[in-house]
Design a protein around this ligand. Sequence first.
Ligand code: IPE
Ligand code: IPE
Ligand code: MG
Length: 264
Amino acid sequence: MSWKEKINSDRVPAHVAVIMDGNGRWAQQQGKMRVDGHRSGVLAVRETVEAAAAIGVKYLTLYAFSTENWNRPKEEVDALMELLVHTISAELKTLADNNIKLETIGDWNSLPENCRRQLTSAIEETSSNSRMTLVLALSYSARWEIVEATKNIAAKVKSGEINVEDIDATMFSSNLTTAKYPDPELLIRTSGEQRISNYLLWQLAYAEFYFTETLWPDFGKEEFYEAIVNYQGRERRFGKTSAQIMTETLNNLVSEHFSSGNSK
Ligand code: IPE
Ligand code: IPE
Ligand code: MG
């Protein structure tokens, strides 16, 4: 039985976030240049996007380039930006075929002009697609995002648009770059590293974390489905006790049973 067949279609996470890591080590293992690892990673991106859309994931957020990645050697940064521009135009057909909308989060001001242009046109072209939203985190870091949101809120208080008392978690979330998306239920990180690397710090507050040793270029559909099955085996308690969660689940099952008319 494949991993895909083991998925419970009623409990597919609406939002999956991924830290695509290990391109450099993959290249090193093959005796290739780091940039070859990034190039090979593009196929894994396509596989993951198609896999997520196929099971009904509504939002897939991929960490493609962090604020801290600007500190890598210039040749690698330049190659990554070039690869991004090329990949977006090459993958437009995949997005169209799968009815997928492209969006981004991150600091656009730091991206090269040709990259912004390519992104703008791809975002426009895919804007009416509705099956899934693919969010690329580009020049993104969670601390940058949280500081930006704080500045926004402070400016609104200063101008009198809102009061300090209006600030709560919901309002804070609505000032983040991810305001339109639900929080990810699942975070996947490849390459064996078990850290968050400044990714979606606020939004991952209650996400389930899944780590795999697989290096990003070797990641594919079946491994994505394995992560989903693993996620579905977890009990998400949100601070409550296991007994409370079981009672709630039973109550939901009973009310679903009666509302669907099965009681007759
Ligand atoms: C992830 O792979 C891709 C980016 C960060 C852009 P890495 O380039 O971090 O690969 P490793 O961690 O060096 O193996
Ligand atoms: C995180 O990977 C960023 C992306 C995957 C784009 P890194 O490889 O840059 O993370 P660290 O530096 O090892 O934590
Ligand atoms: Mg890395």
